[in-house]
Design a protein around this ligand. Structure first.
Ligand code: ADP
Length: 303
């Protein structure tokens, strides 16, 4: 499955101690691309960066992970998005963002032909955070393209990652999510985010809503509570095989997606894809940071 993943990766400054910060890179869709690649998948990351030193480092790091960068567009004289993670006295993490004018937001406006380039892929993955990067007109252009892409047999994959602060209002977010709900084939959802945006309180209702809107496969992730998965003919719950005590839950859902999709690319059943996602996510949350060390085994039985 040739997969293109659209989104934004940012510079990450974390773990402040005596005002010293660790430099890293992060973003939900990039995390998914990395875990997809680590689990054997072949993905291209689609975004815009600057030509500065940090953007160059990001590109090198993605390439070292086996994530393709041929559709990454460069906007000279800009700066990439940045966020800072601060731990308060209680250990709670707080995020501060500098991303209002990051290049990724201008990808589709400045390089509209990138969408033509995506026609050659079997599948396109994007998230609610991806949608939040663009103006409503640009979002419409993207959704029109995705509709067309699906119409000609492409697979549109969506993760509902909802970050209220990325949207000017709940109604703006709600309209955008409702539109993509009618376009996505495969929905990899976080129950927590469905609750936050729609006030959804039942996993079966959520599954039914997405299937009715046109999705053909839906997976609802609900932390340690397990997964509800379904397609047009069947639905089933999958308990988390081994509940672990997380060290850091960052990228739980993103890594689930990466392993799930790599399993799907190998032609495995929905149940096996879920199982692969659960295994990978459980390994990831037992380590600090979104991207865990490379020697962590992410595929069950492969160690
Ligand atoms: P998201 O980050 O999208 O909200 P979840 O919090 O639902 O995603 O977590 C994604 C996956 O991570 C879950 O479906 C589950 O497989 C795994 N997971 C989360 N918490 C635990 C845990 N305590 N033990 C084992 N696996 C977990």
């Amino acid at each position: 499955m040739r997969l293109a993943i659209i989104g934004e990766c940012m510079v990450e400054l974390s773990n402040s101690e005596n005002d010293l910060y660790h430099l890293g890179f992060g973003g939900d869709t990039l995390n998914t691309a990395v875990y997809y690649s680590r689990c054997g998948g072949d993905a291209e990351y689609v975004t815009a960066l600057s030509d500065d030193i940090l953007s160059k480092k990001m590109l090198q790091q993605w390439q070292a992970e086996g994530v393709g960068t041929q559709h990454v567009k460069i906007m000279p004289n800009t700066v990439p998005g940045l966020y800072l993670i601060e731990n308060d006295d209680g250990g709670e993490r707080h995020f501060h963002y500098w991303r209002t004018h990051s290049p990724a937001r201008y990808l589709l406006d400045n390089f509209p032909r990138v969408l033509d380039e995506l026609n050659e892929y079997d599948a396109i993955f994007l998230s609610g955070i991806t949608l939040s990067l663009y103006s409503s007109d640009t979002r419409k252009m993207l959704c029109d393209f995705l509709q067309y892409f699906r119409g000609r047999g492409g697979l549109v994959i969506f993760d509902n990652n909802y970050r209220p602060r990325n949207w000017s209002s709940v109604s703006e977010a709600s309209a955008a999510f409702n539109e993509i709900m009618h376009i996505a084939d495969l929905a990899l959802l976080s129950m927590e985010d469905e609750i936050a945006l729609h006030g959804e309180h039942s996993m079966p209702n959520c599954l039914a809503r997405w299937l009715k809107s046109g999705a053909t496969e839906v997976v609802i992730k609900n932390g340690a509570e397990g997964v509800l998965a379904g397609n047009t003919t069947d639905s089933f719950k999958v308990a988390v095989p081994t509940v672990v005590k997380p060290v850091d839950t960052t990228a739980a859902g993103d890594s689930f997606n990466g392993a799930f999709l790599a399993s799907k690319a190998r032609g495995q059943s929905l149940a096996m894809c879920v199982r692969a996602g659960q295994y990978c996510a459980a390994q990831v949350i037992m380590h600090k940071g979104a991207i865990v060390p490379r020697d962590v085994n992410l595929i069950e039985g492969a160690a």
